[in-house]
Design a protein around this ligand. Structure first.
Ligand code: NAD
Length: 499
């Protein structure tokens, strides 16, 4: 029996009524896991009306009480951690250990949101002029939305809804239709944690639901994470409708390996960052840039046996390094990129295209692939592959390595491996990328900093999580108040100044 997933509106599971569904799969077996309803504009509107009715009372709940819902949510998420990680791994394909990391990096943002009472404090200036005080306050926007990708089905929904809810908004989550079970669990847990019904809603869907969100006059802000073409589309359509929009897109993250780097550490870092979660991470390293021929030769020689030894297995195998890709269509796309790289003239040093897992022949598996001698003109260098495929681009000098990262159209993450503090400092200062690692391959900032890429990896201002998230999901009101000693002086016709 294939389960039929639901929406979650007004604190209840609600069946889809549009008549449109899509299949979601168990990537490790290839079986259909569930039928996911695809919301119509009318269903999105029903969720918005519910959210709109529930939001004023939630906004009027004092911020400490709102923070206590976050605290309780953390307790419930800890209680359900095993079950949630297993569901996430089955739906997405990543290993259970990696699924726990996905959940944990989301919960860390919920921990940060417990500080909402402090984060929402305004500013105050006493005596800005004679008898005049000025203060500012941060108020919620009303109903806001998050549209999220398949690759972190717990972390990214939590990055979006945590700050929005803690700030007093009602929230509409439109998760990826490929692994929508965990987002539904998140909404259930918020209800159990004491969030009033209607404040957190999940609407399943595809383009039709996204367009309905972007065009809806009662949705005031949209936070999006996904691929760059969709990010750009969501940004322009949402902005045209007068909303606040922030969109985080695709990536091609470079790791520069300097001649003085500890090569064993660099290889370990590349193996984890390139192949973990089958490369389906926006902060995965997909391009290794060794500086100098000797560095490149050593790197490639050490990488080959490590990639050949990677253990690909079902998500439930605790000894697997990574699991299957998310769908058959995505698997075919990644393999087609490997075919293309060969045609473009790159040297395929490790070929994982024919990998088959006994007993799981219909699962969406492939082995790790390694390309050497990749050049800037190749599509496998320019485009995001989003699979277990690492490209080595050889750079003759540090300046060339820096310019590769700077000139690539994506600017999400980047790393440098070196023992030279001066090179690392110069790199961090000059690189045109939003998140930089020094001897750290996946520099995802911790919850109390902010996360965001540059160039075509991010559209709009303000990053996600950290203090920026509270700025994004609130508006600032500034009050200038005067308590005159008397009004006997009469009207003033000159613009007021503080002189
Ligand atoms: P995607 O762009 O296919 O989907 C993202 C969301 O947009 C989903 O909710 C989906 O339903 C919706 N969507 C898909 N097609 C649409 C359309 N035509 N019109 C309107 N909405 C549409 O992305 P994905 O495959 O789910 O996720 C992988 C991508 O996300 C990768 O490119 C990855 O780099 C990126 N990503 C970026 C970050 C970041 O913070 N920069 C984080 C995670 C993932």
């Amino acid at each position: 029996m294939v389960a039929e997933l639901t929406h979650f509106i007004g604190g209840k599971h609600v069946k889809g009524t549009s008549g449109r569904f899509t299949d979601a799969f168990w990537p490790m077996t290839g079986e259909v896991a569930s039928k996911v309803p695809l919301a119509s504009a009318a269903e999105v509107d029903a969720a918005v009306q519910n959210a709109k009715a529930a939001q004023p009372a939630w906004a009027a709940t004092n911020p400490q009480r709102r923070a206590r819902v976050m605290m309780r949510f953390l307790e419930l998420a800890a209680r359900d951690n095993e079950a949630m990680a297993e569901l996430l791994a089955r739906e997405h394909g990543k290993t259970i250990a990696d699924a726990k990391g996905d959940i944990q990096r989301g919960l860390e943002v919920i921990e940060f949101c417990i500080g909402a009472p402090h984060l929402l404090k305004g500013e105050y200036t006493e005596g800005a002029g004679p008898g005049i005080d000025i203060y500012s306050m941060r108020q919620p926007l009303g109903v806001v939305a998050g549209i999220t990708p398949f690759n972190f089905p717990a972390m990214i929904p939590l990055w979006k809804c945590g700050p929005a809810l803690a700030a007093g908004n009602a929230f509409i989550l439109k998760p990826s239709e490929r692994d929508a079970g965990v987002p539904l669990r998140i909404a259930e847990l918020f209800l159990e944690a004491g969030l009033p019904p209607g404040v957190m809603n999940v609407v399943q869907g595809d383009k039709e639901a996204v367009d309905a969100i972007l065009d809806h006059p009662d949705i005031k802000a949209v936070g999006f994470v996904g691929s760059t073409p969709i990010a750009e589309y969501v940004y322009s359509r949402g902005c045209a409708a007068g909303k606040r929009v922030q969109c985080f897109g695709g990536a091609k993250n470079h790791m520069i390996i300097m001649p003085d780097a500890d090569m064993d550490q660099a290889v370990d870092a590349l193996i984890g960052a390139g192949y973990g979660s089958a490369g389906e991470r926006c902060m995965a390293i997909s391009v290794a840039v060794p500086v100098g021929k000797a560095t490149a030769d050593r790197l490639v020689d050490k990488l080959i046996p490590r990639i050949e030894a990677l253990k690909v297995g079902p998500s439930t195998d605790p000894s697997a390094d990574f699991g299957p890709l998310v769908t058959k269509a995505h698997l075919d796309k990644v393999k087609a990129y490997v075919d293309l790289g060969v045609k473009e003239g790159a040297t395929l040093k490790v070929d994982g295209r024919d990998f088959k897992l006994q007993g799981y022949e219909n699962g969406f598996y492939m082995g790790g692939c390694l390309f050497d001698n990749v050049t800037e003109d190749m599509r496998i260098y320019k485009e995001e592959i989003f699979g277990p495929v690492l490209s080595v681009v050889r750079a003759p000098t540090y300046e060339k390595a820096l310019s590769l990262a700077n000139e690539h159209e994506y600017g999400n993450g980047v790393a440098i491996f070196t023992r030279d503090g001066d090179a690392a400092r110069d790199f961090a200062a000059k690189v045109n990328v939003g998140m930089v690692g020094v001897n750290v391959p996946i520099p995802v900032p911790i919850a109390y900093y902010t996360f965001g890429g540059w160039k075509r990896s991010g559209f709009g201002d303000l990053n996600q999580h950290g203090p920026d998230a509270f700025r994004f999901y609130t508006k600032t009101k500034t009050v200038t108040s005067r308590w005159p000693t008397g009004i006997k002086e009469g009207a003033e016709f000159v613009i007021p100044t503080m002189s």
